[in-house]
Design a protein around this ligand. Sequence first.
Ligand SMILES: Cc1ncc(COP(=O)(O)O)c(C=O)c1O
Length: 374
Amino acid sequence: MDEKEIEDLLQKYYLKDMHYEDGKILGSMYTKPPEIALKAFFKFYQANLGNPGLYKGTVEIEREVVKFLLRLTSGKDDFFGHVVSGGTEANVIALWAAREMGYKRVLATQDAHFSIRKAANLLKLSLENVEIIKGRMSIEDLERKIKGGDIIVATAGTTPLGFIDPIEEIGKICEMHNCFLHVDAAFGGYVIPFLRELGYTNKKFGFDISAVRTITIDPHKMGMAPYPAGGIVSKENIFEKIEIEAPYLMVGKNEGLLGTRQSGSVAAAYAAQLYFGWDGYREIVKKCMENTNYLVKRAREENFEILEMPEMNIVNIKIKNVGKVKKELYARGWGISTNPKYSSLRIVVMPHVTKEIIDEFLGELKNIKKSYGL
Ligand SMILES: Cc1ncc(COP(=O)(O)O)c(C=O)c1O
């Protein structure tokens, strides 16, 4: 096939996909990265940090990204970290390392991301649910269930509601019982530091809580980087707990979960971080929160019920027959996600979710509500 024919064929498939620039993907934690990040991706697409000996430049870049992740998580420059394929891999690595250190049982809420269940299953760690109160981990139930040697997973920005578990209190309890505390801030890690600066919250979630040992924090969510770019940072060197001999590699060992690692996205995450900088990320969070508040206000004006006041840029609109509404919205070109447990439509107010898109969406939702008498 010649190149033109290949392009034409690819275009047919491309047009079947949804795209972030159209603004109609409302249920995803991703957005279109800046052009410079995409340029960096293609410049470094050959790099493979699974074999770091060959890619010394990319190794240095990864360290720069990790340093930024440590700044976001109140860590120190000499802490450890890697850019990985996503939050799922980061959570698996954290729990794997904890298991290698002798921890045996995971305690998490049902609103923890499914990757925690996946990790527990893969690693043959038992998993117990801690109750949820007002969308956050119940301290009373944690105190009832915790035992020495447990791994506690707290979430800073839960997937369904965007809420922050009470991590400072959880940390104190973990210290009393010698437990391993992992914080999943895959989404919230790039949000909470700026919510603090903007006066929305004073909550901590990072290494400024002494019990916190490992944190998941993903550049490919609110860090505006293209996939695959998750992040895992740690106070101690967790990677040496899970490294494996690999004589055929330049450095003779492999640390982490994957072998070959697409590392164009590491350069891309770095380019995004240079492009926006700390102040640029704060502006993004400011705008997303303004649009979040706009969505809440406009939805209420249209007589929709908001499940709980959002803590970050995730809004849940309570609706009857949520499965049917999701189907209807999808048929009209909207990429929406739902929380069946809460009977709500879940909107992640990413930068492409503008006020115009919000108005258009609510108009559509009103029509659906009217036609189905919901
Ligand atoms: C809190 C949290 N952790 C982990 C993940 C998994 O991230 P990924 O999809 O990058 O593997 C998500 C994804 O939405 C998430 O919200």
